[in-house]
Design a protein around this ligand. Sequence first.
Ligand SMILES: Cc1cc2nc3c(=O)[nH]c(=O)nc-3n(C[C@H](O)[C@H](O)[C@H](O)COP(=O)(O)OP(=O)(O)OC[C@H]3O[C@@H](n4cnc5c(N)ncnc54)[C@H](O)[C@@H]3O)c2cc1C
Length: 380
Amino acid sequence: MYDVIVIGGGPCGSVAAKETASHNLKTLLIDKKQHIGRPVHCTGLISKRAVETLKVSQNSILNEIKGAYVHFPNGKRITIGTQEIKAYVVDRETFDKELLLEAQKKGVEVNLETEALNICGNKIKIKQNGKTKHLTADVFIGAYGARYSKRNLFTSLPLPKKILYGLQITAQYIADDKNFVELFFCSHYSDCFFAWIVPINKELSKIGLACSNAIIAKKGLKNLIEHLKCKPEKKPIAGLIPIGPPETTVSGNILLCGDAAGQAKPTSGGGIYTGTLCSQIAAETVIKYLNGNGTLREYEKRWREQIGKELKWGMIAHQTLVKLNDTQLNKLSNIISQPSSIALIKKIGDIDYPSSLIKRFLSIPINWKDIIPILFDSLS
Ligand SMILES: Cc1cc2nc3c(=O)[nH]c(=O)nc-3n(C[C@H](O)[C@H](O)[C@H](O)COP(=O)(O)OP(=O)(O)OC[C@H]3O[C@@H](n4cnc5c(N)ncnc54)[C@H](O)[C@@H]3O)c2cc1C
């Protein structure tokens, strides 16, 4: 009998489990994988804030990022950068393992190669060493990521609004500046998102994209590799990015967090900061509840207060981007490249909270004049 069982040993599961165990709750974390963090389905770009909050060790950090080159369909490249470190590239395998180790140090029991099959009341059916058995817990935290084909076995909770298909290679690519990421907004690579180059060092980069389906993603990546004339190191890795949280993320004694709850940022697909922020809130709610204060529903209210509006604005920005064709993207590049826009991005751009920039951008009269026709075009 456990107080809490956490399903999933990714960053969100480990953060939640560490917190509940730190408050003397008997916590079990299960993961169906044999090796935590493998295979890697992520670029590992996280903000400086996330590195500090999650106390990421130097062992996990591969590179520092200070800015971005943004490419548009007409070949225009806009440089947005500062001298400051804005983000880091982390090695996801090391990062995930270290977070799990921290949780174990606080007393979390970890069962790997253990798959959750079904939850009914306070019983969970699991598969371990080829055998099924039942465990019991007062509360379950579902941090089982994006591949939730088994979601309906756990709960009747609705699914996130949209799934993006990510595809990425690690390739030899001589970056212009190893501290700058490159973003490509162009239908040749993605039908609904963007393509990226995230340098690991001067010679090696993670090159990828996200699209509305796997076939388009494959074609887009082929086009990008041809354009960059780069040499892939290994086979591409694929992963899903759920965006747009469902209406509810709590059902009975089950709380969902991270990708399972569609908490990644719709503007960038980054889910580590937002997901772990929510999993920390999930754990705090469970601690209060099991100590006889409050209800599990408070989780829903609290995480939405923290980042609900941010994710809603992100979804609006995403839906608008989806509708823009290459001509409209080129028009947008004219607005973004204005010195006032670049200055604004440098001043208030924040990869974890992009909505402030979107709102401020719309508040510049000259931008309204230029943006409104594009928005009307794209929404019609
Ligand atoms: C191509 C790509 C690039 C990305 N790049 C970035 C980036 O640069 N920055 C960023 O912040 N985010 C990025 N993301 C998103 C990021 O990877 C996720 O948001 C993050 O991993 C979510 O963490 P999580 O703990 O919710 O889920 P996960 O990390 O997916 O962990 C879920 C765990 O649950 C386990 N599990 C699943 N089902 C069960 C079950 N039934 N029983 C037991 N265990 C189970 C899985 O084995 C897994 O270990 C990217 C995603 C993709 C696809």
